[in-house]
Design a protein around this ligand. Structure first.
Ligand code: NDP
Length: 256
């Protein structure tokens, strides 16, 4: 008889993390590898990819990298083919790569709006479908999307309408794909983090302190490793009956 912790193990599994060379994606790649998976990270900056995988390999983890701009359809196809070739399969996809601009809605240029939606929504869909096609032929898999509390609340004091709308699309796309792909054995879930210290979120800047930190019940930001456990959980068999869920990880931010 196996114990409850066995369900959380990713031993023998394979995972692809978009982004993955810094910030949250790097923590997700590390967490998945620590749980036993062989992991591929895919992002644009080859040098940064090497830095990230060298750190993880030094800790004995099985992590590889490839260069891809997932807003380019041909790169998405190549990323999936190359990952399957090098890892043998993709059991887990973490759709992590994302972008955010702080800008008043009045002033958002068309190209900035397009950048946000092309990466946060369109590329996430294209990666899901390309990997999902592979998962379907193998009888299943687990997709974890990185949403945000910005899908649920309007951030303050900075304005970021395009990002907020894009993350709301991620949450709803999560549910839509979960419904469509459940018969194929593919689970689709999302995590919805609050403020996490990365290049994207300047959590230490004094002008954000009151509304980002002091307004939250726990009165602090998170570090990326605090989100990784939930991604590992959703990727694993411990979450076998969970699909279409959005797990909020925000130190209580959205209770108010
Ligand atoms: P970072 O800006 O630190 O990292 C972004 C990652 O995405 C990098 O690895 C980057 O690598 C990669 N990336 C960007 N554009 C592309 C592209 N076109 N193709 C492939 N990879 C790309 O962000 P975070 O770690 O903070 O954010 C990760 C995810 O978490 C995002 O989806 C974000 O919206 C979400 N999130 C973040 C929160 C936070 O407070 N930090 C809160 C809630 C959600 P490269 O530049 O080399 O391509």
């Amino acid at each position: 008889m196996s114990g409850v912790l066995d369900g959380f193990s990713l031993a023998g599994r394979t995972a692809l993390v978009t982004g993955g060379n810094r910030g949250l994606g790097e923590a997700f790649a590390r967490g998945l590898a620590e749980a036993g998976a062989r992991v591929m990270i895919a992002s644009r900056n080859a040098e940064q990819n090497e830095v990230a995988i060298a750190k993880m390999r030094a800790d004995g983890l099985q992590v590889e990298s490839l260069v891809a701009d997932i807003t380019v359809d041909a790169d998405v196809e190549r990323m999936v083919e190359e990952t399957v070739e090098r890892l043998g399969s993709i059991d887990v996809l973490v759709n992590n790569a994302g972008i955010c601009y702080h800008r008043d809605a009045w002033d958002v240029p068309d190209d900035e709006w397009d950048d946000v939606f092309n990466l946060n929504v369109r590329a996430l869909f294209k990666c899901s479908r390309a990997v999902g096609t592979h998962m379907r032929t193998r009888g299943g898999g687990s997709i974890v999307n990185i949403g945000s509390i910005s899908a649920m609340i309007v951030n303050r004091p900075q304005n970021q309408a395009a990002y907020n709308a894009s993350k709301a699309a991620v949450h709803q796309l999560t549910k839509s794909l979960a419904a469509e792909w459940a018969p194929d054995g593919i689970r689709v879930n999302a995590v919805s983090p609050g403020y996490v210290k990365t290049e994207m979120a300047p959590v230490d800047e004094p002008q954000f302190r009151r509304q980002w930190i002091e307004d939250a019940p726990q009165q602090r930001y998170a570090v990326p490793s605090e989100i990784a456990g939930s991604v590992v959980f959703l990727a694993s068999d411990a979450a076998a009956f969970i699909t279409g869920s959005v797990l909020v990880i925000d130190g209580g931010y959205t209770v108010y």
